[in-house]
Design a protein around this ligand. Structure first.
Ligand code: PLP
Ligand code: ZN
Length: 448
């Protein structure tokens, strides 16, 4: 597409070392300091188009959506990956996620507005699709141009591997996924298997898988798909673009997101910063990163004013996708939270399970990680950090249907140490109208 060619994006060191590298380079960290890279967009050509024209352009694509604009990521192509050929884009229609008002949760939390951004309503059921379409499209283009990449690999707590496997299957590229054995849900294990990925269950935790995949992908023929690869961040930052667009180019007071490896909170921050720099929004929201108490290294650092960061082994948690003790994107996340006057809050197993059940009772069907974010919002609201007049967008990171075991164990009261205040069980009755009416009566009495 001719329109994209005037825009320029390159890798730069996140920590500020000099040097720029083409996005076609196989490079995940800065050759000078070893820190993470970020995709830098030359602002000059982006600024030549006014904020109003950008808004109209994005809205028109959202409304009409021919390929590749039927995707919420590729609607914003010039801001994401301008140099990819449309022919090389691998999309499963990611993004365009509903922003759903949750009035019952607003009342329960005592804040003016709570919305859920349902990023789990997507091809593989989590927000990981947003970043994976960008990364796999870039690999597809490099392979088309003759770069000898044999496979794409990732370590995963479940959702990254599902997304990688699906997008690689769509593109016809071999995928290799490294999973911590027995630490992910059955649905999450099934997804890469169904998509034909080489699926390896390692006898370690996520941090152990991450160490192996980093070493493995030092070979240029195996490309790294974890979020330390900054291409993923470019897709995930469109969460911010969509939220602003859905609110008529306004921002909420707060955006809350569960954090594990901490790529997503950095991505959402980057998205809002771009919107602000290019004049599409006139203020920034405050960000909340929510961690499980059992995997809370960022929370502990936050309590010390981010002075120091200490990785620590993560303990088993119902929020399995964020059971990470040594987050790769911690420095990006800390900088983001500092720029956004952000907060970090944690949730216990009991708190996250209750928040999940509460949201389900409001007609949503959220994953345990979204439960962590909801519990964090409730705690900050109770302490008055979130004020009664504030508006909050909670990022729902995966679909609840990916975690049926957790919900099943909650409702059958099998979660050790957790009192399931909202448990609901099937009632066995005889097949008669009278028995049904009696059950209805009893439920009505219970509600009084
Ligand atoms: C990956 C994931 C997270 C955490 O995102 P990070 O970028 O690793 O912080 C949260 N929730 C779900 C469902 C995930 O799959
Ligand atoms: Zn550097």
């Amino acid at each position: 597409m001719a329109i994209a060619s005037e825009f320029r994006a390159v890798f730069r060191c996140f920590h500020g070392c000099p040097g720029e590298y083409p996005l076609d380079d196989i490079l995940y960290t800065c050759p000078m300091c070893g820190g993470l890279l970020e995709v830098y967009h030359d602002p000059a050509p982006l600024r030549r188009i006014s904020a109003d024209v950008w808004k109209q352009r994005f809205e028109a694509r959202m409304a009409r959506g021919p390929f590749p604009y039927f995707s919420g990521v590729w609607c914003h192509k010039e801001w994401v990956l301008p140099a990819v050929d449309d022919a090389n884009i691998v999309s499963l229609g990611e993004g365009r996620n509903p922003l759903v008002p949750a009035p019952q949760l607003s009342r329960q939390f005592g804040v003016a507005q709570v919305w859920l951004k349902l990023c789990g309503n997507s091809a593989t059921g989590s927000f990981k699709d947003l970043g994976m379409t960008v990364l796999v499209s870039q690999v597809n283009q490099m392979r088309a141009n003759g770069t000898p990449i044999r496979a794409v690999a990732c370590a995963s707590t479940g959702d990254t591997s599902a997304a990688l496997a699906a997008y690689c299957a769509a593109a016809g590229i071999p995928a290799v996924v490294l999973l911590p054995e027995n630490k992910i849900s059955a649905a999450q294990l099934l997804q890469p298997l169904a998509h034909g990925a080489l699926t390896l269950a390692l006898q370690t935790d996520f941090d152990g898988c991450m160490a192996v995949v980093k070493e493995l992908t030092r070979r240029p023929e195996i490309y790294l798909a974890n979020s330390m690869n900054s291409l993923r961040i470019e897709g995930q930052k469109t969460i911010a673009f969509e939220i602003a667009g859905q609110l008529g180019w306004q921002v909420p007071d707060w955006v809350a997101v569960p954090g594990g490896n901490l790529g997503n909170v950095s991505a959402i921050g980057k998205g809002f910063e771009m919107l602000h720099d290019l004049g599409l929004i006139d203020r920034l929201p405050r960000l909340i990163c929510a961690q499980a108490e059992r995997a809370n290294p960022l929370y502990e650092s936050y309590l010390r004013g981010f002075d120091a960061f200490e990785p620590k082994p993560a303990q088993p948690t119902l929020a399995s996708a964020i059971q990470i003790g040594n987050p790769v994107s911690v420095h990006k996340a800390i900088r983001t939270l500092q720029r956004f006057n952000g907060a970090v809050e944690q949730a216990s197993e009991e708190e996250l399970a209750h928040a999940m059940a509460q949201a389900d009772r409001a007609g949503l069907f959220v994953c345990p990680h979204t439960g962590v974010a909801l519990a964090a919002v409730e705690k900050l609201a109770r302490r008055g950090e979130i004020r009664p007049e504030d508006s909050v967008v909670v990022i729902s990171t995966a679909h609840g249907l990916k975690f049926p075991e957790t919900k099943q164990r909650y409702h059958s009261q099998e979660l050790a140490g957790i009192t399931p205040r909202l448990a609901n069980q099937p009632i066995s009755i005889t097949a008669s109208v009278d028995a049904v009416l009696q059950a209805v009566e009893e439920r009505a009495l219970m509600k009084k």
